[in-house]
Unconditional design. Structure first.
Lengths: 230, 224
C-alpha cells in the first residue's frame, strides 16, 4: 500500500495526475473527433458521389489501419508536416508540437471516423417524414436542424457514441509510446523504478476500469435524459 | 515522396505480415474456444458461475489491450513461483505472452457476441428438439451452435478486424510484426509517410480479404 501513498514516498499523487491527463486527452480527442464528424458526416450524406468517396476513404482507412500505426505517423511525421507548411509561409525555424497535441489529434482522427459512422447511421434512421414536415412547414434551416433533427439524432446516437467513448478512452493508453505521461506511461515509470510491474500495471488496469465504469454511469443518465417521451 | 523507400520497404513489411497473421490466427483460434466456454458459463442459471463469466468479460473489455499485454509480459515474470514451473517456458517468450493476452481479450468480446447470439435463438426451436426426444448435447451441438454461428457472423467479422488491429500492440513487447517493422524503418529513415502508406495498404488489404470472406460465409449460411 506504501507504493500508492501520496507524497514523496509513494506514486499515488503521480498516478492521480496521470489519471487526470488520461481524462484530458480522451475528452480532447473525443471533441476533435466530433469536429471531424461534423465535416465528414455531411459529406457521407451528400448527393455528390465524389464527396461520398472522400468521406468513405477517410472512415475506411482510419478504421482499417491499427491505431498504433496512425500514432507513429503523427508522432514522427507531425512536426515535419507542420514545418513544411510553415516554410511555405516563410517560417524556417524548428517547430516541435507537444506530445499532448500529437496524441489528442491522432486519437481524435481515429475517434472521428467512428463518430462519423455513428452520426450517419443516426441521421439515416430518422423518419423521412420528419424532414419533409420541416420542409412543408417552411422552417428556417437552423431551427430545422437544431430543434427537429438534432434531438432525435442524439437519442439514436448516444448508445453508439458511448461505445466510441470507450474505444477512445482505451486508445489513449497507446499515446504512452510518445512519452506523454498518462496512466500507462506513469505506471511504466513507476514499474521501472520500483521493479514491481505486476502491481503497477494491475493498478493501471483498475484505474481504467474505474474510468469506464464511471463514464458508463454518466452516459446512462444522459441516455435517459435524451429518451424522454419514448 | 520517396518512391525508392516504398519499393525497398515493401518486402520487409511483407515478411512481417507473416508474423502478424500468425499472431492473429493463433489468438482467434484460442479466443474462439475461450469465448464459447465463457458464453456457456454466462448462460448458466447459477448466479456465481454466470457472474464469474461476466466479470471476466467486463474486465477484459473495460481495460486497454496494452495494459493486458504488459501485465502478462512484464508482470507475471515477477512472481518467483511461476519461474520454477513449466509455465515459464511459455511466459518468457514475448510471442506467447502476446498470444495469451490477445486470446484472453478476443475471448471476452467473442463470449459477448456468442451469448447474445444464443439468447436470440427462439425457445420454440429448442423445445421442438426436446419434444423430438433429442438429448441436451445433441440439441446444443446440432441446433443451437449452427444457428448461433450464423447469427454472430457479422459481429464476429468486426471482431476479427479489431483483433487484426490489436496485433499491432505486439510491437510494444519487441515483436517484429508489420507495425514493429514499420516503426523500425520510420525511426531509421525518418520517412513516416511513405512507410505508413505501405504498411497501411497491407493492413487494409488484409481487412478487405477478411471482410469478403465473412460476407461469403454469411451468404453461405443464410437460409435463402
Amino acid at each position: 500500500m506504501d507504493l500508492i501513498s501520496f507524497g514523496d514516498n509513494g506514486w499515488g499523487d503521480e498516478l492521480f495526475v496521470a489519471t487526470l491527463m488520461t481524462i484530458a486527452v480522451a475528452v480532447t480527442a473525443m471533441l476533435i473527433g466530433f469536429l471531424f464528424a461534423l465535416v465528414f458526416t455531411p459529406l457521407k450524406l451528400s448527393k455528390y458521389k465524389i464527396l461520398n468517396l472522400v468521406a468513405n476513404f477517410y472512415t475506411t482507412v482510419v478504421r482499417g489501419v491499427p491505431e498504433l500505426l496512425v500514432i507513429y505517423l503523427f508522432f514522427f511525421g507531425g512536426s515535419g508536416a507542420i514545418m513544411y507548411v510553415a516554410q511555405i509561409f516563410g517560417y524556417y525555424d524548428y517547430i516541435e508540437i507537444n506530445a499532448f497535441l500529437t496524441g489528442a489529434i491522432s486519437i481524435g482522427i481515429i475517434s472521428g471516423a467512428y463518430s462519423t459512422e455513428v452520426f450517419r447511421g443516426a441521421i439515416q434512421s430518422i423518419d423521412k417524414g420528419q424532414f419533409e414536415a420541416c420542409h412543408v412547414l417552411g422552417l428556417k434551416k437552423y431551427i430545422y436542424f437544431f430543434k427537429v433533427i438534432m434531438p432525435q439524432m442524439l437519442r439514436l446516437a448516444i448508445p453508439n457514441l458511448s461505445n466510441v467513448w470507450q474505444i477512445t478512452l482505451k486508445d489513449t493508453s497507446l499515446i504512452s509510446v510518445t512519452g506523454l505521461v498518462e496512466i500507462m506511461r506513469q505506471s511504466y515509470i513507476a514499474a521501472g523504478s520500483t521493479r514491481d510491474p505486476l502491481f503497477f500495471y494491475s493498478f493501471a488496469a483498475l484505474l481504467y476500469l474505474m474510468l469506464t465504469y464511471l463514464s458508463m454511469k454518466f452516459i446512462n443518465k444522459l441516455e435517459k435524459n435524451y429518451s424522454r417521451g419514448y | 515522396m520517396d518512391l525508392e523507400l516504398i519499393i525497398t520497404s515493401f518486402p520487409k513489411l511483407l515478411n512481417a505480415t507473416v508474423v502478424t497473421l500468425k499472431l492473429l490466427s493463433a489468438s482467434l483460434f484460442f479466443g474462439l474456444f475461450l469465448g464459447l466456454f465463457f458464453a456457456i458459463l454466462r448462460l448458466n442459471k447459477n448466479k456465481l458461475i454466470s457472474g464469474f463469466a461476466y466479470v471476466y468479460s467486463y474486465v477484459f473489455r473495460g481495460t486497454p489491450l496494452l495494459v493486458q499485454i504488459f501485465i502478462i509480459y512484464f508482470g507475471l515474470g515477477q512472481i518467483e513461483y511461476l519461474r520454477t514451473t513449466f509455465l515459464w517456458v511459455i511466459l518468457k517468450e514475448p510471442y506467447w505472452c502476446a498470444i495469451i493476452a490477445f486470446s484472453l481479450n478476443t475471448g471476452a468480446y467473442t463470449s459477448e457476441i456468442l451469448r447474445s447470439a444464443f439468447e436470440t435463438i427462439k425457445p420454440g426451436i429448442i423445445e421442438a428438439g426436446r419434444s423430438l426426444g433429442l438429448n441436451k448435447i445433441f440439441i446444443f451441438t446440432k441446433i443451437q451452435i449452427p444457428i448461433a454461428i450464423k447469427q454472430s457472423l457479422p459481429a464476429y467479422g468486426n471482431e476479427i478486424i479489431l483483433m487484426l488491429k490489436g496485433t499491432s500492440l505486439a510491437s510494444t513487447v519487441t515483436l517484429l510484426d508489420i507495425t514493429g517493422v514499420a516503426k523500425f524503418i520510420i525511426s531509421t529513415t525518418f520517412r513516416p509517410i511513405e512507410v505508413f502508406i505501405v504498411a497501411g495498404s497491407i493492413y487494409l488489404f488484409i481487412t478487405f480479404l477478411i471482410h469478403n470472406i465473412i460476407k461469403y460465409l454469411e451468404k453461405k449460411y443464410s437460409y435463402q
